[in-house]
Design a binder for this molecule. Structure first.
Ligand code: NAD
Length: 389
C-alpha cells in the first residue's frame, strides 16, 4: 500500500452519518490541508441511512458499505483502495473495527477513548506495533499550536521543575437526563456497555489527562479518584475529581464534569513550576498566560516566531486572526498524514508528523479510566497505579 507523495491519501470513514457529532469535524479537518479525499464509508449503524448519507456526500454507490466488515472486504478488493479509515463510532465498537482494518493492512485514525477495556487497549496497541500500521488517536487539544508552545516552554525549563498541575474539563450539556429524552450522543455515553467503565472521566477526563501529560511530559505514578453521578437514574459518573501523583513529586488535580452549568467547553490547564506558571483555556486557545515568580504576567499569543517548531508548523494565519477547534483538529489530521506517508515511504516524519497522539496515548487513556474507577471503588483510600503511564 505505497502512497505516492503526489496524491492525496484515500480516506474511509466508519460512523459519522446523519445527526452524528464528531464525524463531521473529522471531515472538516481532513479537508483543510488537502491531504485526504473521502472516498468510502459505512457511515451509519443503519445501512439505509448510511447509503443515503453517502449519496448526499458524493461517495460512489459502490463504496458505500452496509457495515465495516463489508467495507474491509470491498476496499481490499480494489486497486484504488483506501489508505486509512477514520473510526467515528461509539466507544464499544472501536476495538473490533480498528482490528479488522489493521489486520487488512490499513492505517487507522481512531476516536478516543480507544477501547472500552484495558485488555482491548493493550491488544490494539500491540497489534499497531506488530503490524507497522499507523494508529492515530484523536486527542483533539494537542492539535493547538499554543499547546505545543506550552510543551516547549516546560521542556526548556521556563517554569523550573513542575510542582502542581490543575486541569479541568467542565461541560453542562448533560446536567439533566437528556439521555431519556432521545439525545443520541447522551444515550450511548451513559450506558456502560457502550461507553466503558467511565462516564465523564472516559469521555472528557481522558482529554484532560492527555493534555496534562502532553504539556508537562510527566507520567502519573498513582491516582486517587472520587466519582459522582448527580443525575438520577444514570449508571456512569457525570462528575469526577482525581488527585494525581506525578513522577518527580508534582501533584495534579483533574476535574471532569458533564453537569457543570455555565461551562460550554471549559477545558483549562494550569501548570505551576518553581519559577513560573502557565495557563491555557480552550475557549481562548490562541494565547497562554505566562507568570514568572514576582514578575509581570505576560500574554503570549499564537503566531510569534519564538514558540518552537511544534507551534510554528501548526500555525496557519498571522497573529490576531483567530484560529480554533477545526484548525487544531486539522493539525492532527495533517500530522497523521505525514506520519502515514513517512511509514509508507520508509523515512522519518517531518515536524508536523512528530508528537502526534498514537495507540500508545490511546492505551494510556484507557489505563487512566481503569485506574480511576478502581480507585473510586476502593475509596476513601484508593491510591491506584495506572497500568500504563
Ligand atoms: P454519535 O452518536 O454522534 O455518532 C456515532 C455515529 O456512529 C452515528 O452515525 C452512528 O450511526 C454510527 N455508528 C454506530 N455504530 C456503528 C457501526 N457499528 N458501524 C457504523 N456506524 C456506526 O457519537 P459522537 O458523539 O460523534 O462520538 C463518536 C466517537 O467520537 C466516540 O468514541 C466519542 O468518544 C468520540 N468523540 C471524540 C471527540 C473529540 O474531541 N475527539 C468529541 C466527541 C466525540
Amino acid at each position: 500500500m505505497s502512497t505516492a507523495p503526489n496524491r492525496k491519501l484515500r480516506l474511509g470513514m466508519v460512523g459519522g452519518g446523519f445527526g452524528a457529532y464528531i464525524g463531521g469535524i473529522h471531515r472538516f479537518a481532513a479537508r483543510l490541508d488537502n491531504h485526504y479525499e473521502l472516498v468510502a464509508g459505512a457511515f451509519d449503524v443503519n445501512a439505509d441511512r448510511g447509503h443515503q448519507f453517502a449519496a448526499e456526500n458524493y461517495i460512489a454507490a459502490d463504496r458505500s458499505y452496509t457495515d465495516y466488515k463489508a467495507m474491509v472486504a470491498g476496499e481490499l478488493a480494489r486497486e484504488d483502495k483506501i489508505d486509512v479509515v477514520a473510526i467515528c463510532t461509539p466507544n464499544h465498537t472501536h476495538f473490533a473495527i480498528a482490528k479488522a482494518f489493521i489486520d487488512a493492512g490499513f492505517h487507522v485514525i481512531c476516536e478516543k477513548p480507544m477501547t472500552t477495556t484495558l485488555e482491548d487497549a493493550e491488544a490494539l496497541h500491540a497489534l499497531a506495533k506488530s503490524s507497522g500500521r499507523f494508529v492515530g488517536v484523536t486527542y483533539t487539544y494537542c492539535g493547538y499550536p499554543m499547546i505545543h508552545a506550552a510543551r516547549a516552554m516546560v521542556a526548556a525549563g521556563d517554569l523550573g521543575s513542575i510542582r502542581v498541575i490543575q486541569v479541568e474539563y467542565p461541560l453542562e450539556w448533560m446536567a439533566t437526563a437528556i439521555e431519556s429524552e432521545g439525545n443520541q450522543q447522551a444515550k450511548w455515553r451513559t450506558d456502560p456497555k457502550l461507553s466503558g467503565r467511565g462516564g465523564s472521566i472516559g469521555d472528557i477526563g481522558t482529554h484532560a489527562y492527555h493534555l496534562a501529560g502532553f504539556v508537562t511530559g510527566l507520567k502519573a505514578e498513582a491516582l486517587c479518584a472520587d466519582l459522582t453521578t448527580f443525575v438520577p437514574g444514570r449508571s456512569l459518573d457525570d462528575n469526577a475529581h482525581v488527585m494525581i501523583r506525578y513522577e518527580g513529586g508534582a501533584r495534579g488535580l483533574l476535574w471532569s464534569s458533564q453537569v457543570a452549568i455555565g461551562c460550554s467547553n471549559g477545558l483549562r490547564l494550569r501548570v505551576f513550576g518553581e519559577k513560573a506558571s502557565i495557563q491555557w483555556h480552550q475557549e481562548a486557545p490562541n494565547e497562554i498566560t505566562f507568570s514568572p515568580l514576582f514578575g509581570k504576567p505576560e500574554t503570549i499569543k499564537r503566531g510569534r516566531d519564538d514558540l518552537g517548531d511544534g507551534a510554528t508548523v501548526r500555525t496557519r494565519t498571522p497573529p490576531g486572526h483567530p484560529e480554533g477547534y477545526i484548525e487544531a483538529f486539522a493539525n492532527l489530521y495533517s500530522g497523521f498524514a505525514e506520519a502515514m506517508r513517512a511509514i509508507n515511504e520508509g523515512r522519518s516524519p517531518s515536524a508536523i508528523g512528530v508528537n502526534v497522539p498514537t495507540s500508545y496515548d490511546g492505551l494510556k487513556g484507557v489505563a487512566f479510566v481503569d485506574a480511576v474507577v478502581d480507585s473510586h471503588e476502593k475509596a476513601p483510600f484508593g491510591w491506584t497505579k495506572p497500568a500504563h503511564a
